[in-house]
Design a protein. Structure first.
Length: 78
């Protein structure tokens, strides 16, 4: 049941972001800031070499952002 609700949530987010008017993007740069936890496997992990977030949720959000033509700046919090 949890898996199905997550899949539906992601699908809704993809559709919503692809239909969202460009005027809703933050500023003219189409850049958004996404807060992620430093370590919450498997959704979020922090790469030891680069310090950048990785994991399932980051991969999904990157795909959504690409389809919505926006850029994502991840901020890692403890």
């Amino acid at each position: 049941m949890k898996v199905m609700s997550r899949i539906l949530s992601i699908a809704f987010l993809v559709v919503y972001l692809s239909l969202m008017p460009k005027s809703y993007a933050q500023g003219e740069s189409d850049m958004i800031v996404a807060a992620v936890l430093a370590n919450w496997p498997p959704q979020y992990l922090t790469d030891n070499e680069t310090g950048k977030p990785t994991g399932f949720a980051v991969d999904i959000f990157d795909e959504i952002a690409q389809r919505a033509h926006i850029k994502v700046n991840y901020r890692v919090y403890q």
